[in-house]
Design a protein around this ligand. Sequence first.
Ligand code: ADP
Ligand code: MG
Length: 304
Amino acid sequence: MGTRWSATLDAEVGMDLAALQRDLAAAVTRVDEQMSPWKPASGLMQLNRAPVDDWVDLPAEMLEVLACALDVHRLSDGAFNPCLGALVDAWGFGPVRDLPDAQAIRAAHGSAPVHADQALVLDRDAGRARKRVPLQLDLCGIAKGYAVDLMAEVLQRHGGRHALLALDGELRAVGAQAGAQPWAVALERPDAERRAVQGVIELQDMAVATSGDYRRFVEVGRARLAHTMDPQRRAPVNNAVASVTVLAPSCMWADAWATALLVAGPTQGLALAQRLRLDVLFLMRDAQGLTALGLGRFGASADH
Ligand code: ADP
Ligand code: MG
């Protein structure tokens, strides 16, 4: 996943920290090996290579992520789409190239199915999936959150009750700190030039994910292209949203919704978040600089 994981914990007496570290690393590696587009042997790439209508045996973890991706796809009216692999590659964010390629962009234009849930059939009982049309899956908008959820399971299996688990901008708190203080997480100010803090989020038995346009992008001339794609325009997202932060018990859910709402943009995104009662913070760029708009647990506090 091209990033690092971390686990901060108040350990229980007698915990085997070396074994815990080994098992946490194994959980992250498992997700990477199943869902990375950079690994030709991953389940994801096997499914991408498979002919249309051929069943492909897949691990239960990957099927769980695919099922959630399709749920969010449906609920977000297509803003989240796990079938954008060719488009992501064409714009220079996948394993194929580092810069956008006009020919590939044209070729990818018609390639992403609008209705991902009709284009992909999951058979979770039999542990397999098949494509109904040619498509390239990309789970980078959701897999990191899932890996964090697996880390939380591993930690709890080892008897851990007080931890903060993180992979990039995806985090999950197991319990609070041993002294009953919630875990404090800094929310980054969306600024590509420097790292600064926008606010502090307190977490207890809760996950948080942030998607933004300011950390991973490609610069072409003076244009800055975001790595999140707007499936309707078939191009990098280009709206007033600088970042979206979502709180949810499941980090996979938070991760997928942060991506979905960044794509949906200020108007539709806020309406969607309201309808689904999501706990979300939008940071919007405007003439004043940044404006924060929070819903649910982000609605009450003036801090954020
Ligand atoms: P981050 O890696 O910054 O946490 P996200 O969670 O928003 O970013 O995921 C962005 C990645 O998801 C992109 O690099 C791409 O691989 C994939 N992606 C791009 N556009 C979409 C989309 N509309 N729906 C789902 N996944 C997407
Ligand atoms: Mg995401």
